[in-house]
Design a protein around this ligand. Structure first.
Ligand SMILES: Cc1ncc(COP(=O)(O)O)c(C=O)c1O
Length: 359
């Protein structure tokens, strides 16, 4: 069976990691800042904080924006658990906003309606986490306009979306958000084994996330509560974590970044092939907004169940039964528990996974 995900590793990637193994630093050396700079430069953000997963990046982004007990974080019900768990880690409460049935992304109109009600109830969210599902950007301009009106902060969960663009600019430039988060898990577009990154244009948020990823410890005398006792001196000024990325991971990331545009272009080529090959099936193919150039982490098809029931089982016979289709995720629509969606991964081409949604 073709696996759900498979990383693309070249000799250059291997050489990059081996050279770190032979160097002085396995952690906290020069590779992590180099990787951060490469990503920040590519996506057009001012600052980047590399961490050990996108989950960690979401967590420190929430903390840096001051999320805590009594606050609400809203996100989409179609995502991986981490998009909501980051709020729970901070003691906040979670709620979900309905999706746009064309993109499966958080719907700005549904958000507007929910915000209006929440304002009356005195329960506005502190943070909204739009997720660029499958790599296609949410309508960030519309979400940002609502944030101006209602005062919430925005963390883009772009775990699926590095290399994608919105309105012609790379996802991650944070034009319409406070922070954007990427994942480098092996099933994603580029990989560092495990790994993630938060990018932002705010020096203050970058500084806070930098602190939180490494125990809340600083060596910067300007941030200490009293004068440094020597060049060796450091101080813990916040309660942080060990969310650091290793030098090995960063070296792999730098090497992978050089092929980011090629990876995304290849995914688009494969999507064209899927579009052609699947055109006659009783399914809805991915719909792309004109403002979007997707990272195409996943290629979602939606089964037209009413039509499938009437067919001769072609879909099951040709696609599910041969064994190269694997169930990979269950989406539960928490805002409406009567609707249960589930997905299958059709890994015809290892670089681009087809995901079936049955809503
Ligand atoms: C939308 C989304 N957000 C966050 C994550 C968490 O990423 P990581 O595995 O790097 O923590 C994932 C992982 O699949 C994801 O799909």
């Amino acid at each position: 069976m073709i696996p759900y995900g498979r990383q693309d590793i070249t000799q250059a990637d291997i050489d990059a990691v081996v050279s770190v193994l032979e160097s002085d630093f396995l952690t906290q050396g020069p590779q992590v800042p180099r990787f951060e700079q490469a990503v920040a430069l590519h996506v057009g953000a001012s600052y980047a904080i590399a961490v050990n997963s996108a989950t960690s990046a979401l967590h420190i982004a929430c903390l840096s924006l001051g999320l805590g007990e009594g606050d609400w974080l809203w996100t989409t019900p179609i995502s991986f658990v981490a998009s909501a768990n980051c709020g729970l880690y901070c003691g906040a409460q979670i709620d979900f906003v309905d999706i746009d049935p064309r993109t499966y992304n958080l719907c700005p109109e549904a958000l507007a309606t929910k915000l209006e009600k929440a304002e009356k109830a005195g329960r506005l969210p502190k943070i909204v986490v739009p997720v660029h599902l499958c790599g296609q950007s949410c309508d960030m301009q519309a979400i940002d306009a609502l944030s101006q009106r209602y005062g919430f902060r925005i963390i883009e969960d772009a775990s699926h979306a590095i290399g994608g663009r919105y309105q012609g600019e790379f996802i991650g430039n944070c034009r319409y958000s406070d922070v954007t988060v990427f994942s480098f898990h092996p099933v994603k577009i580029i990989t560092t084994g495990e790994g993630g990154m938060a990018v932002t244009n705010s020096a203050q948020l970058a500084n806070k996330m930098d602190l939180l990823r490494s125990h809340g410890i600083t060596r910067d005398p300007a941030q200490m509560t009293h004068a440094a006792e020597g060049p060796w001196y450091y101080q813990q000024i916040d309660l942080g974590f060990n969310y650091r990325m290793t030098e090995l991971q960063a070296a792999l990331g730098i090497s992978q970044m050089q092929r980011l545009d090629t990876f995304v272009a290849r995914r688009h080529q494969l999507a064209v092939i899927y579009n052609e090959q699947l055109a006659d099936l009783p399914i809805t193919l991915p719909w792309q907004h004109q403002d979007s150039y997707s990272g195409f982490h996943l290629y979602v098809i939606r089964l037209q169940l009413d039509k499938i029931k009437k067919t001769d089982g072609r879909f099951l016979k040709n696609y599910v039964m041969p064994g190269w289709v694997s169930i990979f995720i269950i989406f539960r629509f928490i805002f409406n528990p009567t609707i249960i969606g589930w997905g299958l991964s059709l890994a015809i081409f290892p670089m681009l996974k087809i995901t079936m949604l049955m809503l």
